[in-house]
Design a protein around this ligand. Structure first.
Ligand SMILES: Cc1ncc(COP(=O)(O)O)c(C=O)c1O
Length: 361
């Protein structure tokens, strides 16, 4: 009806169509206010309600315990690479990182500027095609926190377990799989995520933080980088990313209306299984990722011939299946099938893959 493509981009990526339609409907005159959310004061009653409902809906969806604060910040995922160490290196100034891809490595490098940071596990030797298992025995007993990236957007891997770290807070970058399935928030000290995959437009970053971890940033830390200032001001210390937060709020409502995270997990599993089953049965495509660590969100595959991969991406694009090129650092193909990708998109992609395989035997 709208002539839209199936967009397999790793982020920013597809948003649910009903949310886009709602945003369109509200665009010029948000619920009788005579203005769009983009033009609205963030101190207005209308916007306050938007922000409060977004937080309440996220809390309900993720069953966030009362002793956790929800912050809506800016700076993307990348700013969290420094905010986390600046706020959490509070005693020994030691932190332990598990390196499962480019984003984890960037987080590690940033943290190294601020403390004694140790790599406790890594799959880099195998081009990050699997996720290491580690537990409490691998963590320094006086570490201030342990850091993981639950879904590795570029390499198509995901943790299939939550590492046990005892009393040491576990910090998780969930940028590319937040809201894709239920998680036990109480197992984490901080969960954070940029919006532009499962949450909404780029611009807002969600930080879910256990309240006893707030308040340790040294006084030299720039005001904006202290979680405490955002907590004390209900994420309104300065102008928040109003429009992104509003759309994120609409996405939360949509997820609630479509069965919450348990239903989302079922749909995501069904979509990913269909993709992996087809790839594993094909003689042209290969998924390099260990079966037990495959991501439900980012499906990477190759033909083994870089020129053929390029041809695949170009021909798929011509059929309305766009953004299938792998990350520029590894090549091949990557189908990002976040929450908003419908099963019809998976079916269309598989149909194209079969045709391409037939034509390029
Ligand atoms: C897992 C993960 N972490 C962090 C980032 C960086 O986020 P941002 O571009 O919002 O800084 C990305 C970006 O794709 C990501 O996939």
């Amino acid at each position: 009806m709208y002539d839209r493509v199936y967009n397999f981009s790793a982020g920013p990526s597809m948003l649910p169509l009903p949310v886009l339609e709602k945003v369109k409907e509200d665009l010029l005159n948000y619920q009788g206010s005579g203005q769009s959310v983009m033009e609205m004061s963030h101190r207005s009653a209308s916007f306050k309600k938007i922000a409060e409902e977004a937080e309440a809906d996220l809390r309900e969806l993720m069953e966030i315990p009362e002793n956790y604060k929800v912050l809506f910040l800016q700076g993307g995922g990348t700013l969290q690479f420094s905010m986390v160490p600046l706020n959490l290196l509070r005693n020994s100034k030691k932190a332990d990182y598990c390196i499962t891809g480019t984003w984890a490595k960037k987080a590690y490098k940033e943290a190294c500027k601020f403390g004694d940071i140790k790599v406790i596990a890594s799959s880099e030797e195998d081009t990050f095609t699997w996720v290491p298992k580690f537990g409490k025995e691998d963590v320094r007993p006086d570490a201030d926190y342990v850091y993981i990236t639950t879904n590795n957007t570029i390499y198509g891997t995901a943790y299939n377990y939550v590492p046990e770290t005892g009393d040491i807070p576990l910090v998780a970058d969930m940028s590319s799989n937040i809201l894709s399935e239920p998680v036990d928030v109480s197992k984490f000290g901080i969960i954070w995520a940029g919006a532009q995959k499962n949450v909404g437009p780029a611009g807002v970053t969600i930080v879910i933080i256990r309240e006893d971890l707030i308040g340790y940033a040294p006084k030299e830390v720039p005001t904006y980088l202290d979680y405490k200032i955002h907590d004390e001001n209900d994420s309104m210390y300065n102008t928040p990313p109003c429009f992104s937060l509003y759309v994120a709020g609409e996405v939360f409502k949509h997820i609630k209306e479509t069965g919450g995270l348990a239903a989302m997990q079922q749909r995501n599993r069904a979509k990913a299984e269909k993709m992996y089953d087809y790839i594993d049965s094909s003689s042209l495509y290969k998924c390099p990722v260990a079966k037990e660590d495959r991501s439900l969100m980012n499906v990477v595959f190759v033909t083994g011939d870089a020129d053929l991969d390029k041809k695949f991406v170009a021909e798929a694009k011509a059929e309305g299946l766009v953004n299938l090129a792998g990350h520029r650092s590894i090549g091949g193909m990557r189908a990002s099938i976040y929450n908003a990708m419908p099963m019809e998109g998976i079916d269309a992609l598989i149909e194209f893959m079969k045709k391409f395989e037939e034509e390029n035997k």
